[in-house]
Design a binder for this molecule. Structure first.
Ligand code: FMN
Length: 176
């Protein structure tokens, strides 16, 4: 059975991006899904001095292993000040020190959710510019604005947005 990892670029216990990544992964049938939590991969703040002294921490290597052994990645990024959240940037930086091809050429469904109207468009633009140069095969992009209005009881309640998500999920599941 194909293995998918789903995770949020967030360390919030109530992460809306975790809700979206979990929901999107539930739409794919007959796959093994692991929902990963960045809180389980605690890391020191990246710094060259720490790296020279201690090397790359195990948790960065463990997360890379999850990516490498998967058949596809569902990632929903939190947007902080128009960019990656600190916790995502940190693990991304650490992983990139061990492996330039961080995403290992895996298919990726790239998403973002936000409470506001832009739906994390800025962080999505940054990721779309960078991830393909680090081995991501982005099969589709989905943005969920006004999360509190559009998402309830574990799913998207706006029909148009839900149909769009189903389309990108379907393309992703055909590629994995
Ligand atoms: C420091 C900080 C900066 C933020 N900047 C943005 C932003 O630039 N754009 C946006 O849409 N939301 C922004 N937000 C709101 C987040 O989208 C919101 O907290 C969301 O719940 C984060 O996703 P998460 O629940 O998955 O962690 C910001 C929140 C914080 C704490």
């Amino acid at each position: 059975m194909k293995k998918i990892i789903a995770f949020a670029g967030s360390n919030s216990k109530n992460s809306i991006n975790n809700d979206l990544a979990t929901y999107a992964s539930s739409l794919i049938k007959d796959v093994e899904i692991s929902v990963l939590d960045l809180n389980d991969f605690e890391l020191p703040l990246y710094g060259i001095d720490f790296e020279i002294e201690h090397g790359i921490p195990d948790n960065a290597l463990k997360f890379l292993d999850h990516i490498k052994s998967s058949d596809g990645i569902i990632l929903s990024l939190a947007e902080h000040n128009g960019a990656y959240s600190a916790v995502f940037k940190n693990i991304f930086d650490w992983m990139s020190r061990a492996e330039k091809n961080v995403w290992y050429d895996k298919p990726m469904l790239l998403m973002a959710a936000s409470p506001g109207g832009r739906g994390g468009q800025s962080v999505l633009e940054i990721a779309q510019g960078k991830f393909p140069r680090m081995g991501a095969n982005i099969t589709g992009v989905f943005s969920l604005p006004f999360f509190q209005k559009n998402f309830s009881e574990g799913k998207i309640i706006d029909e148009e947005l839900n149909n769009h998500l189903k389309q990108v999920v379907s393309i992703f599941s055909n590629v994995i």
